[in-house]
Write a protein that binds this ligand. Structure first.
Ligand SMILES: Cc1cc2nc3c(=O)[nH]c(=O)nc-3n(C[C@H](O)[C@H](O)[C@H](O)COP(=O)(O)O)c2cc1C
Length: 159
């Protein structure tokens, strides 16, 4: 059975997610960042998370080589940050406050939760590569998260 790509994308869009920005630095010092909702927890012991990078992303080569990366779960006031890091804009980091983490990994200063990771595994995933990271540090100011559902940003209501 062959699936229609549009219908598959629409069906996957019914799985509500949060939104993250994943960042890393290349060997020659270039900072990269990519909006990603493929993020998921994997293991508690050891603490592992995953996300998937498209093979045609500009930042693909950097993430394939990076030993360190950071994942920022966005809060509900960060739609613009999500949009910025979902573009091919050359100077994404000129438009947001950031600092340096482990081995110079660029860290956004604003987020709901932030994880600093080392790359543990990479797996083939069709037109993506699945990157598994081990979490070394985390910071959780616990702001209301930004949601994403059916191709639109969404408010997460609890209780
Ligand atoms: C809500 C949302 C979720 C996304 N999730 C992913 C993802 O999980 N993996 C991915 O490779 N691209 C994802 N994208 C697309 C990338 O953010 C986009 O292709 C971006 O241009 C990549 O930046 P780069 O080309 O500079 O690497 C997502 C975009 C949006 C808006």
């Amino acid at each position: 059975m062959s699936l229609d790509a549009r219908e598959f994308r629409d069906a996957m869009g019914c799985f509500a997610t949060g939104v993250t920005v994943v960042t890393a630095k290349s060997a020659d010092g270039e900072k990269v960042g990519c909006t990603a909702n493929s993020f998921s927890s994997v293991s508690l012991d050891p603490p592992l998370v995953l996300w998937a990078i498209a093979k045609n992303a500009n930042s693909y080569d950097t993430f394939m080589a990076a030993k360190h990366f950071a994942i920022h779960v966005l809060h509900s006031g960060q739609e613009e940050v999500s949009r910025l890091f979902a573009t091919k804009e050359a100077d994404k980091f000129g438009q947001v406050p950031w600092t340096e983490g482990q081995e110079g990994t660029p860290l956004l200063e604003d987020y709901s939760v932030r994880f600093e990771c080392t790359t543990e595994h990479r797996y083939e995933g069709g037109d993506h590569i699945i990157i598994v990271g081990r979490v070394h540090t985390m910071d959780n100011p616990d702001a209301e998260p930004l949601g994403f559902y059916q191709g639109k940003y969404a408010k997460i209501v609890t209780g």
